[in-house]
Design a protein around this ligand. Structure first.
Ligand SMILES: NC(=O)c1ccc[n+]([C@@H]2O[C@H](COP(=O)([O-])OP(=O)(O)OC[C@H]3O[C@@H](n4cnc5c(N)ncnc54)[C@H](OP(=O)(O)O)[C@@H]3O)[C@@H](O)[C@H]2O)c1
Length: 288
């Protein structure tokens, strides 16, 4: 293989294993390390080299990929091997906050380590498939050099030199996802008391939510312009709708815990005199 590289994967949870296996299938030499033994059996059987320590895994690697639980575990694993990592390229695919990514980038710079942060927009089963996307930010040179490997994992997009950008996008997307999942749970709880299964609800929720996502670009225009004037479904309308949905939750003998913060944001806008404006104005209530 003309461009075979030595890839070190630190952390063999579900995601680290998927990344390591994908790199192996891509024809690279893969060295793997995990804190607890036994997670590398399939990888070693498929041709990966087991490393006894993080330093052994990282030594002379072309690319070191960290995929650990959180920022604290990244620090715990990487800090003792700073000298080994010096002059190598490090891609941190652990989910961290933007500030944590910037801290790691500063630490890496201080040890002559080229650092790229990544936010994985996929679950392990998706890695290596067409639906996986990974967002990157930090050292542009590392992104360019590592690209043939990164492209194996999923579509790779470079967002900019600020190391926190990938994490900021990652967590914004996850915030939207969790709010949607919680909304599904709220609806499922309300329908359960009417004897409707969550399975039936999901069948209706998928096309409904898919259709509703088409309004997001229009809402984004309002947010970006700061001009929230609207001819349709203003905040007065949404307040009446949310009040009725909360009453409906009560009738169904469920709490409205998922809806309450949304209703509070809408109520606040209406109380502040913005009832004629669009729902998207609640974003102003999320400012510090
Ligand atoms: N799974 C997903 O769907 C998904 C999607 C997007 C992003 N991610 C991100 O990818 C990262 C890994 O996720 P995962 O699904 O692989 O998680 P996981 O299965 O829970 O694995 C966590 C890994 O971190 C290691 N670890 C935890 N604390 C450690 C410490 N103090 N020192 C050394 N190693 C430590 C674990 O080692 P042990 O085996 O020894 O415990 C394990 O290898 C996370 O940041 C996650 O948010 C995951």
């Amino acid at each position: 293989m003309p461009d075979q590289r030595t890839i070190s994967v630190l952390g063999l949870g579900a995601m680290g294993r998927a990344l390591a296996m994908t790199a192996l299938h891509g024809g690279h030499r893969v060295r793997v390390w995990n804190r607890t033994g036994g997670k590398d059996i399939e990888l070693v059987a498929a041709g990966a080299d087991r490393a006894a320590t993080p330093a052994d895994a990282a030594a002379d690697a072309d690319l070191v990929i960290a995929c650990l639980l959180d920022h604290a575990s990244v620090q715990a694993v990487l800090e003792p091997i700073a000298a080994t990592l010096s002059h190598t390229a490090l891609v941190d695919l652990t989910s961290t906050t933007p500030e944590e990514a910037r801290q790691l980038a500063d630490w890496a710079r201080g040890h002559d380590i080229a650092h790229l942060d990544g936010g994985i927009m996929a679950v392990p089963d998706m890695i290596g498939g067409p639906a996986a996307a990974i967002l990157y930010s930090g050292d542009a040179g590392t992104f360019a050099t590592a690209r043939p490997v990164l492209d194996l994992f999923g579509s790779a997009e470079y967002l900019g030199a600020d190391p926190g950008l990938a994490a900021a996008h990652d967590f914004a997307l996850l915030a939207a996802m969790y709010a949607m999942f919680a909304g599904f749970a709220q609806g499922a709880a309300m329908l359960r008391s009417a004897g409707v299964s969550a399975t039936d609800f999901a069948e209706r929720a998928v096309p409904w939510l898919t259709a509703m996502t088409r309004s997001l670009p229009g809402q984004a225009l309002l947010v970006d312009s700061g001009d929230y004037r609207t001819d349709v479904q203003n905040l007065h309308f949404n307040k009446a709708a949310l009040d009725a949905i909360v009453r409906s939750a009560r009738e169904a003998e469920t709490t409205a815990d998922v809806l309450r913060p949304v209703k509070a944001l809408v109520d606040e806008q209406v109380a502040d005199g913005h009832g004629e404006l669009a729902f998207a104005r609640i974003v102003e209530g999320l400012r510090p």
